[in-house]
Design a protein around this ligand. Structure first.
Ligand SMILES: [Fe+2]
Length: 907
């Protein structure tokens, strides 16, 4: 028999500290010496191996031992717990003043812990009695960030392995429990990571936290089986009633809270989710319905419910982005709106736009004092005046090249290396033709002819050769936008078209724009109108081309924000988060793998519903589809979204930008070799996939375990049938039978929350901050549409004025610039992919080693990105005044950097 190894008690016992009365009161004199012992140095580091009682350890501790204060024999061992509670703003836990809770704290009666054995009692087949102890606040060990509590347990020698711990909060209000560290067992310390809000016992009797050990459902120790399913039941709730802030319930609902029909009939919006408007599900809040529309949920809350542990406000500056966005949407933008009286006023000169960066906009100081600290990059305190100013930083792209936005080659390059690399596709059919109903939308043939294309690519090849050699590419917003044109144009100061933009791949690997086609369907008694614009050497055609380009850029901006960004990352991820919490136990290895990828997302999405994508929110008021913006994203979800092509290689293949090639480094061969997003993205995809493969293979050594894992199967089924239930009957859903299936599914989810989101999010200010480069809306039609003599004369005399009148208004532009700046900002505590190991990963030596390799590959990849950006042969990322492509570079410092890939969608 092995002897128990609990000699740390003698090592770390300190008698130098003065007596602490609270411990004497709370725990009695006998345990005093243990109460004041400090953690051994090693306890700050989580162990590299699995710790706690293994089954062999259980047998190992059946011999009695000597305590540190004497040599008498005992049938228990002393186990000490150190509890870390994170200080929060407004928390009841404060050292400044003493209240009832503080006194309870000091008396050691505020926090009760219970150790739960992993195994049932072999004699009775019942759960073993738990071992309880109260924890008392440890003033000496507490600091500005955390409050420490200590507790002592007398654990029976035959107790067995600890599988979980109960925590009961005897305070009057909640607190945020970071972790509990147990000392005294063999291979201590045993760290239990909690990161959770603990409600007072009046709200929830007690909370359970499982140890770091991950178990597939079939491998759950018998003492934890019931607890595992009971906890999941709790998290699922019963689908009834209004959710309270303190609830932890994850449930589904449709998007029916974006409109406010009770306030104004014009603010009514369709319900998204269901047959008519397919959409992913959001988290259910259970607010009452609107009076004027029972199908819409009321918006009678300042903050929308998210399950308590999805809300991190007040704990970490990782929520800095959410806080800044909240301040921006609730304070700065309303102020701006009130300051700019003329909503329709545009910029009369380009120099007026420059003033936003040079001089700024005055803001009334008294209303904006708090904004200076929350969004200092935007709102600046001017010492000598009574006002603060809203002043924008010059975007990096403009800083490098003031005329970047004007040049056609940069317009083309940004389809590969800019903010929206998710739209360009290979032209595979000729002639171009609409698939929409000609009865409604007019003749389907494109006006882009072989002659027009060959005129632009003359000297290189014929159209047929260009098609054959895969040299023609397109931004195709024709059939996607045309059904919305008539509705959108009914909105004030808004123009809209269906558009096609054709590009030719030059021999040097760069793209050249060849033609833009704008189409208006038959409407207002007028027939279909369409026109093709091409780059030209004559001023009239040149200016028409520039204005047509602005229309296309507005289409691309809308598609980027509503589809590539909101729909495909933020919105589609929410059902994954809900299903993961409802169906996978916190001790499930896949839960633990995915958890960091879901942090902060529900909270930021709730904020988006509150003030960004709601009726007359920033998106509706500033992006081309206007009040049809979110309905447009539902249309695209219906027409385009599929889970399998969310995987980067399949996404590229689906757009003709790659073909499968098993001999190629990433299993695909790129159609455009110098495609910065695709090249960097594929490396990152492979790094993620390797990590997921190592992880999955460790927990599923036998592939059949995937199919027999009940929780995993329920999870995947719920994602398909409920969270994305409007598309449940689609044939492309991957099946989940083998470890390969699981690796592909998990890698796809991880890619969406990390690489995909970073690639479309953190360059928003760089490329959209100077809005002529990416206008979000166009307000006037082309000068040659329904051409009148007066309109044409104005264009011929003042083409620059026509372009400026086409671009967003002052209020639209400044609102969007402020939002893009905030969305592009990394918080000081940003959690970058593969940067810091999760506690549960670190505890398992195999997983920890895999993580270290993952981390190493990501660091190597940084060098690869730098090398590529320095390569003068790569003309789409290296050139005079050109932005390097860094959006998929893994790590970054805080701020607007245009690089850095966080684990999750946190802004
Ligand atoms: Fe985002």
């Amino acid at each position: 028999m092995l002897k128990p190894q609990i000699n740390h008690q003698t090592q770390s016992t300190k008698t130098l500290f003065p007596l602490e009365k609270p411990f004497l009161i709370g725990n009695g004199g006998q345990s005093f010496l243990l109460q004041i012992q400090s953690m051994p140095p090693s306890s700050n580091k989580a162990p590299k191996v699995r710790v706690g009682f293994s089954s062999s350890n259980i047998q190992a501790i059946t011999s009695p031992f000597s305590t540190s204060w004497g040599s008498r024999k005992s049938d228990t061992i002393n186990v000490k717990a150190v509890v870390t509670v994170t200080r929060t703003i407004g928390s009841i836990i404060s050292d400044v003043t003493l209240d009832t809770d503080d006194l309870k704290d000091l008396m050691g009666r505020s926090l009760q812990l219970e150790l739960v054995c992993a195994e049932l009692d072999p004699k009775t087949g019942q759960e073993k009695p738990t071992v309880k102890a109260f924890a008392a606040r440890d003033i000496l060990a507490s600091d500005l960030s955390n409050i420490k509590y200590k507790a002592d347990f007398k654990v029976p020698l035959d107790f067995g392995e600890v599988g979980a711990i109960y925590v009961k909060n005897e305070h009057r209000t909640e607190f945020f429990l970071k972790d509990v560290v147990l000392e005294g067992f063999p291979n201590s310390p045993l760290k239990i990571t909690c990161d959770s809000w603990i409600q007072p016992k009046s709200v929830e009797e007690k909370r359970i936290f499982f140890t770091y050990k991950s178990y597939l459902p079939s491998e759950t120790p018998n003492g934890l089986e019931k607890l595992r399913s009971k906890e999941l039941e709790k998290l699922r709730g019963n689908g009834q009633g209004r959710r309270k802030t303190s609830d932890r319930i994850y449930d589904y609902d449709v998007y029916n809270d974006l409109g406010s029909p009770d306030t104004d009939p014009n603010l009514a919006r369709p319900v998204l989710g269901g047959k008519q408007n397919p959409y992913p599900r959001r988290g259910r809040t259970g607010r009452p319905p609107c009076k004027k529309d029972q199908n819409s949920e009321s918006r009678d809350a300042l903050v929308f419910y998210v399950p308590r542990d999805e809300s991190f406000s007040g704990i970490k500056t990782a929520t800095f982005g959410a806080k800044a966005l909240y301040a921006l949407l609730h304070s700065l933008i309303p102020t701006l709106t009130s300051l700019i009286m003329d909503r329709d006023r545009g910029f009369p000169y380009f120099t007026e736009i420059d003033k936003l960066f040079n001089e700024g906009v005055n803001l009334p100081k008294k209303t904006k004092a708090s904004l200076v600290s929350v969004i200092p990059r935007l709102v600046k305190d001017v010492k000598d005046t009574a006002d603060n100013i809203l002043k924008f930083e010059t975007p990096d792209a403009m800083d490098r090249d003031k005329f970047f936005w004007f040049r056609d080659e940069e317009f083309a390059r940004q389809t590969l290396a800019g903010l929206n690399p998710y739209a360009l596709q290979l032209v595979t059919e000729w002639p171009l033709k609409s698939k929409l109903d000609p009865e409604i939308y007019g003749p389907p043939q494109s006006a882009i002819t072989k002659e027009i294309v060959e005129h632009e690519i003359r000297g290189f090849m014929t159209l047929e050769e260009a098609l054959e050699q895969k040299k023609l590419f397109m931004l195709d917003y024709h059939d996607l936008l045309l059904p919305f044109v008539e509705k959108v144009r009914q909105q004030k100061d808004t123009s809209f078209y269906g558009s096609r933009t054709l590009f030719f791949l030059n021999p040097d690997g760069t793209l050249r724009p060849v033609a833009i086609e704008l189409t208006r369907p038959p409407m207002d008694g007028k027939p279909q109108w369409k026109r093709v614009y091409t780059p030209s050497w004559h001023s009239t055609e040149c200016w028409l081309w520039k204005i047509a380009k602005s229309h296309v850029l507005a289409h691309d901006s809308g598609y980027h924000q509503l589809v590539s960004h909101w729909l495909r990352t933020h919105c589609c991820t929410e059902p994954y988060i809900i299903a993961t919490n409802r169906q996978l136990s916190a001790m499930h290895p896949i839960y633990r793998l995915l958890n960091p990828h879901f942090r902060y997302t529900m909270e930021i999405n709730a904020l988006a519903r509150l003030a960004l994508i709601n009726a007359e929110g920033v998106i509706e008021s500033s992006f081309s589809p206007g009040k049809d913006s979110i309905a447009f994203s539902s249309y695209i979800y219906d027409k385009q979204w599929r889970f399998d092509t969310e995987a980067l290689p399949k996404d590229l293949i689906s757009r003709g930008l790659a073909v499968e090639d098993r001999s190629a480094p990433h299993g695909v061969k790129l159609t455009i070799e110098d495609n910065p997003f695709a090249n960097d993205g594929l490396v990152l995809w492979d790094i993620i996939k390797q990590w997921v493969t190592d992880y999955v293979n460790h927990y599923y050594p036998d592939p059949s375990l995937v199919e027999s894992d009940k929780e995993l199967q329920a999870w995947w089924s719920e994602i398909r049938n409920v969270g994305h239930g409007d598309k449940k009957d689609e044939p492309w859903w991957p099946v989940l039978k083998t470890s390969e299936d699981l690796i592909e599914i998990v890698t796809t989810i991880v890619w969406v929350t990390s690489g995909h989101h970073a690639s479309v999010n953190f360059g928003q200010y760089t490329y959209g901050g100077y809005f002529p480069n990416r206008p979000t809306i166009t307000r006037t039609n082309m000068p040659d549409e329904d051409q009148t003599e007066e309109k044409w004369k104005y264009f011929m005399e003042k083409p620059e004025a026509v372009l400026l009148e086409t671009l967003p208004s002052q209020i639209q532009a400044t609102k969007v610039m402020a939002v893009l700046d905030t969305l592009s900002t990394h918080s000081p505590e940003e959690e970058y992919l593969g940067d810091i190991v999760e506690p549960s990963w670190e505890q398992d030596p195999v997983i920890n080693a895999a993580f270290q390799r993952f981390n190493g590959r990501l660091k190597d990849f940084e060098g690869v990105v730098d090398g590529r950006n320095a390569d003068t042969n790569l003309k789409n990322r290296n050139g005079a005044g050109m932005m390097p492509y860094e959006l998929l570079k893994p790590f970054s410092k805080a701020g607007v950097t245009g690089k850095g890939v966080p684990y999750s969608i946190s802004i």
